[in-house]
Every structure is written in structure tokens, then in C-alpha cells.
Design a protein around this ligand. Structure first.
Ligand code: AVJ
Length: 320
């Protein structure tokens, strides 16, 4: 940083968001209709998710923050004093502040697909941490990390909190971790938050809150479908359904068509049988053994794990 003013740079890779129409039509044309959970997060969806993180039944966010706060010094030691801290899907960068109170990375690289949100969050962070250099990059990292080539040679640590990895099917989770292994190199690591496998009752409650916010969050994606496809989904004829699929160790969220119905859209129509569902999200849960096996399959080992005293959530440090 230039003395006591942080350098905040911003680069826009102009990620091709596409209009998603083709991908969505494909998913809604499958025998088990499905929609990618990334479509949840329009303005309304992001506000609803923010409310979810504060619900009494939804333990993951507050538990992860507690783990990071209580273990920030040993986490900082694991990451090393002068690492480059890279955060894919950085959003409001609110969790990284916990780490910045215990470590001084040489550079912080927030990556997000929303340019406006990224710029605003990076600027605010730079004001709060004047010693921190920030290189914000607007990119879609699902296409790989080639946009990160010209970083300084310091050790790279990827910070990937929130159990976001739980949204990926196991084979894609393995591929994602393999990509991180490649990008961080032999002297780098991955600091990752993972929700743990636990009782079905506890998990079902976290996705079926009494206030109905999760139901609203799930149903909101129909509004998004109407906008993107010029469709006529009526959210009063669909119901939220979330359950823990114990065999697969994943929460599944679905929207159930309450009756047989036909939904018009710009390119035609969708037919729903009564009770037929749209699968809107998977949220995989991992025991320590499960996650160690996944990491190992990606060529990474768990060097350290931090948990809360009820082992509701885990933060792992992975390296080659
Ligand atoms: C942000 C994907 C980790 O899977 O728990 C919260 C999203 N869905 N309630 C999760 C979510 C329903 C959340 N992740």
C-alpha cells in the first residue's frame, strides 16, 4: 500500500453472463426439471438470502463466523504472513474482515461476477483497512483462473467460505478443488467452509424455517424465470419442498406443482403433472471423513480443521 492509503485496483473481465435462456430451457426440459441455484440471486433473492443467514434455524452463517473469529490466529498462521488472499464469489467481503483482523496479506483479490457490487465492496474495504492492497477482478471463475496470471510470486491462499462448495455435485466439487490446487501451487492453500453431515431434523429445520423465508427465497426463482423466459409461472400454484436426502447426504430444494398445469413462455410451454417438481438446489453436507476423501480425490489433504463445539460446521485448510 502507498503509506496509509490502500491501493484498490479494479479489473473487469466482462464475464459473459449470457441471458441464461438456453441453459434454463434445457434444465426445465429434463425428465426431472431443474434450475441452476445461481439464478436465485437477483436483488430480491440476495435480500432474502441475507435474511436467511439471520434465521434462528439457519445455523451455518453464524457458526462459521464464530469459528473464524475464535480461531483467527491459528488460521492466520496456517495461511502464512504475506500470502495473497484470493476470494472467489467475494460478495460483500464481510467474512474476510475477520481474517484481516489477524493477518496482513500482501494483496487481497476479491472476485465476483457483479461488477457494481464488487467495486463498492472493494472501495469500502479499502477505506476500513488502509494498509490493505486490493486487486478486485470482475470475472466468472467457473471458466478457470487464467485471468489471475500476473499476480506477485507470494504464496496464494483461496478463501472459499459459506459451504458454497455444497452447491456442487461431488464430481464438479472435485473438479473445482483440482482447479484450486493447480492455481494455488505447491506453497499455497485453500481455506474453505463446509457444512457438516448431521441429524435430518436439524438440517430439515434449517431449510424449512418457521417464518417461511426459505420458501419465499425458493419461490422467488419463478419470478426470475418469468423475467428471463417471458413465462407465466404463478407462484401461488407451486410449493416449497426441502428435505435431507440421507442417502446422498444432501439437502434438496424443490418447487412442487400443486396441480397439473401448463406454463406458457416465449418459446412454447412447460407441462407439469400434479406433484411434479422443479429441483432448484442441492446443498451437500460432509462428515470429516467425507470431505477428507473429496479433498484427497482432488490431490489435496486437510492440514487443519476448526469446528464449533457442536461440530455443526467446519473450516478446513487444504494443501498439496
Ligand atoms: C449459500 C448455497 C451455502 O446451501 O445453505 C440457504 C443457500 N439455500 N438456504 C445453502 C441456501 C437455502 C446456501 N448456500
Amino acid at each position: 500500500s502507498l503509506g496509509n492509503v490502500s491501493r484498490v485496483s479494479f479489473r473487469d473481465e466482462h464475464p459473459d453472463l449470457g441471458d441464461g435462456r438456453e441453459e434454463i430451457l434445457k434444465g426445465l426440459g429434463l425428465p426431472q426439471k431443474s434450475v441452476n441455484p445461481k439464478w436465485f440471486y437477483d436483488q430480491r433473492g440476495s435480500e432474502l438470502f441475507d435474511q436467511i443467514t439471520r434465521l434462528p434455524e439457519y445455523y451455518p452463517t453464524r457458526t462459521e463466523i464464530l469459528i473464524l473469529e475464535e480461531n483467527r490466529d491459528s488460521i492466520a498462521r496456517m495461511c502464512g504472513p504475506d500470502c495473497i488472499l484470493i476470494e472467489p464469489g467475494s460478495g460483500s467481503s464481510e467474512k474476510v474482515r475477520i481474517l484481516l483482523d489477524a493477518m496482513r496479506p500482501e494483496l487481497y483479490v476479491p472476485i465476483d461476477i457483479s461488477a457494481v457490487f464488487l467495486q463498492r465492496s472493494a472501495r469500502t474495504l479499502g477505506e476500513e483497512y488502509p494498509w490493505l492492497d486490493i486487486a478486485a477482478v470482475c470475472a466468472d471463475f467457473n471458466g478457470g483462473w487464467s485471468f489471475l496470471e500476473e499476480l506477485p510470486a507470494s504464496p496464494r491462499v483461496v478463501f472459499y467460505p459459506g459451504s458454497t462448495i455444497g452447491n456442487l455435485e461431488p464430481d464438479l466439487a472435485q473438479r473445482f478443488l483440482r482447479g484450486l490446487r493447480e492455481m494455488v501451487g505447491p506453497d499455497g492453500g485453500v481455506l474453505i467452509g463446509v457444512d457438516t453431515h448431521k441429524s435430518t431434523d436439524r438440517l430439515n429445520a434449517a431449510y424449512n424455517d418457521g417464518a417461511g423465508i426459505t420458501a419465499e427465497f425458493n419461490l422467488n426463482v419463478l419470478r426470475r424465470m418469468n423475467e428471463l423466459l417471458d413465462a407465466s409461472f404463478d407462484d401461488s400454484s407451486f410449493s416449497h419442498h426441502a428435505f435431507y436426502n440421507e442417502g446422498q447426504r444432501r439437502i434438496e430444494m424443490h418447487l412442487v406443482s400443486d396441480n397439473a398445469q401448463q406454463i406458457e413462455h416465449a418459446g412454447g410451454h412447460f407441462d407439469f403433472r400434479a406433484g411434479e417438481t422443479i429441483h432448484t438446489e442441492c446443498s451437500y453436507k460432509y462428515s470429516l471423513e467425507d470431505f477428507a476423501a473429496l479433498a484427497q480425490s482432488a490431490g489435496l489433504e486437510i492440514a487443519e480443521t476448526w469446528q464449533d463445539d457442536q461440530a455443526l460446521f467446519s473450516v478446513h485448510y487444504l494443501r498439496r
